[in-house]
Write a new protein. Structure first.
Length: 278
């Protein structure tokens, strides 16, 4: 029979080994399943009218990778500006109908950009895939004669990473967009993951980084960022840090008492419209 110290050491070793196995399994599951956590699409899209924007028409756009994706488009009836709306990680474009309704009523053009894997679209979402989807939507506007100087790139949460990447690409090409509007943006998906899973090495595990903090200082265009002070999904500090790293001209709006998904209940649409008209 082992002596007490030997038995105690054996118990400690066995416990640590069991903890290490459980931890490794948990990290492995998070790594393998991270995209199902990051992207949470729904598929039953419906029609624009069923989501409160009967003015919108479905448009079917073909990506360079061979996917046909449905987006919704409302032409501008005012100064020619078109808001390209890149939505967040959950649901689909139809869920944003009530959010873009004020912009349609204000006369702005709106394109709700449909992602691969969302709203019945084929494919599976990834960072590079969403960039390709966004590029396809932007190219379709150019084919209509609508140039970057009339584009407002609007990014909601996850979509903020897409909007920043598109703004960077067009700034680098010498054709900056009219404005970038970021709703509850993160600095990067790596930082967001580290907030939610502080016990795992997120910086080495995250596949789709959407590193907006690295990119934002290379974009010189009109920028509006707004964020809820009580946001627990993407903490307020993300938006603040992104704003501080950005170049002028820029504006930040703090919605006191707002969370992640209720910014429009606090008047976000009016803030955006006033900004675009200023």
């Amino acid at each position: 029979m082992p002596t007490a110290p030997v038995y105690l050491h054996s118990m400690i070793y066995s416990t640590l080994a069991a903890v290490a196995i459980v931890y490794s399994a948990m990290v492995g599951l998070l790594y393998l399943g991270q995209r199902s956590l990051m992207y949470q699409p729904t598929q039953d899209l419906g029609t624009p009218a069923s989501h409160g924007i009967p003015e919108a028409s479905p448009v079917f756009l073909n990506t360079s990778g061979g996917l046909e994706l449905q987006s919704w488009y409302v032409p501008s009836v005012s100064d020619g500006a078109v808001i390209l709306y890149f939505h967040g990680n959950a649901g689909h474009i139809g869920d944003r109908g009530s959010k873009v309704r004020p912009y349609v009523e204000a006369g702005y053009g709106v394109m709700l950009v449909g992602y691969r894997g969302y709203g019945g679209n084929p494919g599976s979402p990834t960072e590079e895939g969403l960039y390709e989807d966004a590029e396809t939507a932007l190219s379709s506007l150019k084919e209509l004669g609508i140039e970057p100087k009339d584009w407002v790139l609007y990014g909601e949460s996850l979509g903020s990473g897409v909007a920043v990447e598109m703004a960077l690409r067009y700034a680098g090409a010498g054709t900056p967009v009219r404005a970038v509007v970021l709703e509850a943006p993160f600095t990067s998906m790596v930082d967001a993951a580290a907030n939610h899973y502080p016990f795992v090495p997120a910086r080495t595990l995250v596949k789709d980084s959407y590193d907006s903090l690295r990119k934002i200082s290379k974009i010189s265009t009109n920028l509006l960022i707004f964020h809820g002070s009580l946001d627990r999904t993407v903490p307020f500090l993300h938006g603040q840090n992104l704003f501080e790293a950005a170049l002028e001209p820029k504006r930040f709006h703090r919605f006191e008492g707002a969370h992640h998904n209720d910014l429009y209940d606090f008047g976000a649409a009016r803030v955006v419209i006033d900004y675009l008209r200023s």
